[in-house]
Structures are given as C-alpha cells and as structure tokens.
Design a protein around this ligand. Structure first.
Ligand SMILES: Nc1nc2c(ncn2[C@@H]2O[C@H](COP(=O)(O)OP(=O)(O)O)[C@@H](O)[C@H]2O)c(=O)[nH]1
Ligand SMILES: [Mg+2]
Length: 367
C-alpha cells in the first residue's frame, strides 16, 4: 500500500500556518494530487476549518484539545479522509500555542503508524516582528515570558524554521531575525517565505518533499511552564447570526469588529495572540484578522459582498481573563453590527483557558 504523506505545519498563533497550508493544498492539487486537511483547536467552531471548507478543500477537525492530547482522534480523522477522499497528502495544522509535537505526534505517527504514514520534515513558521522580540529576549509589548518559552520551544524542535511574512517585514528585520535564528538554532535550515504572496514558496515545497532522518528533535521541556504559558491566554470561539434590512458591506463590517476589539485589548494592555473573524454569506465569505496589538486589523480573505444575512464566527486568543474576553465580544459584536445598520444575535460562546496538555503518547527518545 502506498503510504500517505503527512505534512504537519507548525508555528505560533497568527504565524501564517493556515495561509501556508492553503497555498500548499493548491500546489499539490495543481500537481494532480488529492489533498486532505486536518485542523485542530481547543474548542468547536474554528474559523480556519470553515474558511478552508468554503474554499473547497476536504477538511476534518480535531476539536477539544491539541493533536498531542487527541492523538487517536487525529489518526481517526486522517483515516476518515482516507476512506472518503483517498488523499495523497494530508496537511495538518496544530494549535498555535502547542509545542512538543515531535515527541507527541511525529514520533508516535512514525513508530505506530509507519506503514500507513510517511511523515514529512516538520517546518515551523513565525512572524519576524514577534520572533525578533522573543529571540532578543524583549518581552515588553508582546508575549509574556512563558508564552515566549512556548514560541522558542516550537522553533527548537523544527526540522526547518520558516521566517514568514517577508513581503511586509523590513529587509533589515528579516536579516536580523535570520541571524538570531542561526545563533540560537545553529545548523537548522532556515527559509524565508511569504505565505501570502508565494515568495520563497518553492524552497518550502522542496523542503517538505525531502526524505530523511527528520522529526527526531525531542525537546527537553518543562510542562509546568508550557501549561502556564498556554493558560495565560483567554480562548474564545463564538458564533452569531447577522441580519440587516439593507445590504451591509461584509468586509468593512468584519474589519470594524476586529478593529474595535483591538482597541479594547489595547486599552486593557491585553496582547492579542490571534483574533480571527469570518463572515459567511450564501455565495461568499470574508475573513478579518489581528495577529498582535501592534499590527492593524487586516482583511485576509475579502468577500467583496454586501449582505443582509451572514453567519459570523469569532476566534480570539488573547492574554486576558476569558470571562472578560467573552463579555467584550458579547458587547462589541452586536454594537458594531448595529452601528452598521444590522443586528447580530450571538448563538454560542465557548470561553476558557486551555487546560494542561496531557499527551496520549510522549517519546522520550527518537526511534
Ligand atoms: N503580509 C503577510 N500576511 C500574512 C502572511 N502569512 C499570513 N498572513 C496573514 O496573517 C494572518 C494570520 O495568518 P494565518 O494563516 O491565519 O495564521 P495561523 O494562525 O498561523 O494559521 C492573516 O491575516 C494572514 O492573511 C504573509 O506571508 N504575509
Ligand atoms: Mg490557523
């Protein structure tokens, strides 16, 4: 039986994993291969799953905890895709606050399912502005020391480190960050990419096509620090129904929701790790993003539509108390919709702090 190529694309919240996976999926499809995607979140109603499905991809979601803690679910979802879609390649996106994936996902996949899966080199993406602060050990204005610990551990276990967002990061910043990566992770292949524009994409596909002794960097990691770093984040997934008597520009509305929430986070000195809002209408959808308080709200996938009805999903990962985050979203979303001439009825909200990671398997040494 031909083994299924399994490509795990890691990186911190907002690093560009979904954007890269979308580009990779198109690339493999263009080569005549069938692709399945597996997404992952601490809860249901993940924007990425909805956005990827809306673009026509076959997606399964592992919800409720990270891949490492839901290893059997991950395998089950891949097998379900195998049965229904017969993919040649699986692209899997772990939760952005998750690390230790080599010991808990890659190694068990190779060891227990080696006849079924052919695991690709593990690439980890990051955003230069965020990486610079972490690698220079500058916590202020960005991630907390424990969240920065997770960020570093993600890079430490990577077969290849991918400096993403090179289209917008100043060249001097990319150079400096590459030097810091070379200093801290010597010998690790380092790529420069724009998942958005495709610059440097060929190097990524070449890397992912390689065969060899990859996925062997088992971390020396303190699970207390890791768990506390994750638990600093307020996590929220919410769904709402938007209705309006007259058509409202969906893209502008999504941007206003994200911008208004950003203002609230800034006011509270609560750093946004990632905020993502999708609006789904009958014939199209739009997605707006915020990847740090320092950056502006951004329309990552425009709908170019005015709508009288839409389903809205909000995913927020912010260094704030989850109850406060929920309160903010419950107040802000309807208010912004009302100001735009519509009404938003919140349908469901899940808000919490991620629990301590308890991996199904953990390999202390590489097989
Ligand atoms: N300019 C630019 N934006 C990017 C790039 N990659 C991702 N983004 C944007 O960054 C935000 C987060 O990307 P996403 O793929 O959702 O990150 P994830 O959380 O790692 O899956 C979105 O607004 C993307 O459009 C890139 O290479 N360049
Ligand atoms: Mg994503």
């Amino acid at each position: 039986m031909k083994r299924l190529r399994f490509v795990l694309v890691g990186g911190f919240l907002g690093a560009g994993k979904t954007t890269a996976i979308t580009r990779l999926a198109r690339h493999y499809v263009a080569k005549g291969q069938r692709v399945g995607v597996v997404t992952n979140d601490q809860a249901q109603d993940l924007v990425d799953t909805t956005a990827l499905r809306a673009q026509g991809f076959s997606v399964e979601e592992v919800a409720g905890a990270c891949f490492c803690c839901k290893f059997d679910d991950l395998v089950g979802k891949v097998e379900r895709l195998q049965e229904s879609k017969r993919p040649d390649v699986i692209l899997a996106e772990p939760v952005g606050s998750c690390t230790d994936l080599v010991a808990t996902v890659v190694q068990p996949l190779r060891d227990l399912y080696g006849e079924q899966f052919d695991v690709a080199p593990y690439a980890v993406l990051f955003k230069p502005a965020r990486g610079l602060r972490v690698l220079r050990n500058e916590g202020e204005g960005g991630l907390s020391p424990k969240a920065a610990y997770i960020f570093r551990k993600q890079l430490e276990e990577a077969d290849a480190i991918v400096i993403n967002h090179i289209d917008e990061a100043p060249a001097a910043m990319v150079t400096e960050v590459a030097q810091l990566v070379a200093r801290d992770f010597p010998g690790v292949p380092t790529l420069r990419l724009s998942a958005k524009t495709g610059q440097g994409f060929e190097s990524l596909t070449e890397l992912l096509d390689q065969q060899g002794a990859f996925g062997r960097k088992i971390l020396d990691i303190d699970y207390d620090t890791y768990a506390e770093g994750e638990a600093e984040l307020g996590w929220l997934n919410a769904t709402a129904k938007l209705e309006a008597a007259k058509p409202i520009g969906l893209d502008g509305l999504l941007l206003r929701v994200v911008s208004r929430l950003r203002e609230e986070f800034i006011e509270r000195h609560s750093e946004a790790a990632h905020l993502k809002v999708i609006g789904l209408a009958d014939t199209s959808f739009g997605v707006a993003n915020l990847v740090s308080n320092a950056s502006a709200a951004e329309l990552s996938l425009p709908s170019h539509q005015s709508v009288t009805q839409a389903d809205v999903i909000v995913n927020a990962r912010v260094a704030i108390d989850p109850a406060e985050l929920e309160d903010l979203v419950r107040r802000t979303l309807p208010r912004v919709c009302e100001e735009s001439g519509g009404k938003a009825a919140i349908q469901s909200v899940q808000s919490f702090r991620p629990g301590r990671p308890q991996p199904t398997h953990r390999y202390a040494t590489a097989k």
